[in-house]
Design a binder for this molecule. Sequence first.
Ligand code: MSP
Length: 471
Amino acid sequence: MINRYLTTAIPYVNGVPHIGHAMDYCLADVCARYYKLLGDNVRVQAGTDEHGGKIFQKARELNIPVQEYVDSNAKKFQDFIAKLNVSYTDFVRTSDPDHEKRVQEIWKKLSSHIYLEKYEGWYCTGCERFITQKEYDENGGVCPDHQKPYEKLEEENYYFRISDFKDKIREAIESGEMLILPDFRKKEIMKLLDESPDVSVSRPKSQLKWGITVPDDESQTMYVWLDALSNYITVLGYPDNDISDWWPATAQFVGKDILRFHAIIWPAMLLGLGLPLPKTIVSHGMVLANGQKMSKSIGNVVDPLEVIECYGVDAFRYFFLRKVDTFADADFTWEKFEESYNNELANDFGNLVQRLSTMMSKNHVALGDVSIELPEEYKALMDKFEFSMAFDYAWSLVQDINKRIDDEKPWALAKAGEGEKLEECLQNLAGSLMIANLMLEPFLPNATAKVKEVFEAEQVAPPVQPLFPKH
Ligand code: MSP
């Protein structure tokens, strides 16, 4: 059996989950369910990123002790993941003492690549990122994502010598040893890698207290990204445990906005630790709301729980996994969502199940012995993490079955008393539906489980409740 380790980015807990946060979870979950269908062993990590200036400032603003604040928001993310019908095997909170201790060990192991130097430059707390002078100039001193002027920092920091690893990272990306998906992001990363200076990996405690203390230097707090990136292996028990059964990860799911950290700093850390690089980094696009970045100040943040409560989790997953191209930016509007729910989910799939099961029930036809296997074309797409395309492929079979019903007119066979032909026709159609259903299992776990129940019963009976109920 193959072991597969899948990871998701750990969100900052300076707010509640929004629809964009769902992407990593949904993609990793589809992948995990697919590997399980193939019979592989799967481990999925999730977690919360709880340190850094952004979270500290937010807790201050709200006048809540910071630990209390992160505790309550971490819980909201855990609840959110459960609502998405996403399961994970390991959950890490970066304020866990185990994680903190392990990150300090990691720092010590990297210490020959770390040096102390004065940092004079810019920082964006929203991005939790040191900003180069070039970027500062290009953006006129204001962060385009957070609309806030970059902060000027003049402090003594530890630096991580990325230059020690640049050649190896470049080679790993070029050779596909560490595959970056989609392919078009590779060029951007290569350019960033070439330009990437050594990264500052600490802040003076006088400037930032909320984080992990640098080993043997009480005056410094570790940079939140060094702390956060380590989660992918601390959660497996590194360095206390041998993690070679699970590491390197089969795939790490991240948004395109944080690909740079995962394709440059993270591989440099792994190389410094003598660990292999992840096999694939899958970077998805951004979800916008009505064409705009979601932001509390614009007031266009879409609450994912509202969508799920109203339309159900499968409808949510349908939209974000099929209507949203796995690798591209996408726009959420209630109109688009409603349209895809009515015209596709309920019409194409819901009605097909209803129609076919009703005919089978009326004519006392059971599924019979059919061989149900995943088509090679589908597997090829899933293996390349082309999930929305694989979903399309499965859906085209659903549409094809609908068309076949219209063409083959089983009701006419029934009327003409052609019992044998009718049975054969319905069983063929149901067999195809079971193949489509199997392909859809990773995407729509609830509905597909119900469909299986309906068609695998000795006496087929149409579902009592609609497959995709709306509340
Ligand atoms: N804490 C870091 C990740 C550390 S991983 C070692 C972080 N947190 S985040 O909360 O800003 O983002 C968490 C994940 O959600 C990232 O993969 C990010 O790309 C994704 N998204 C956040 N907003 C998003 C959209 N609007 N659309 C799609 N994904 C988005 O970055």
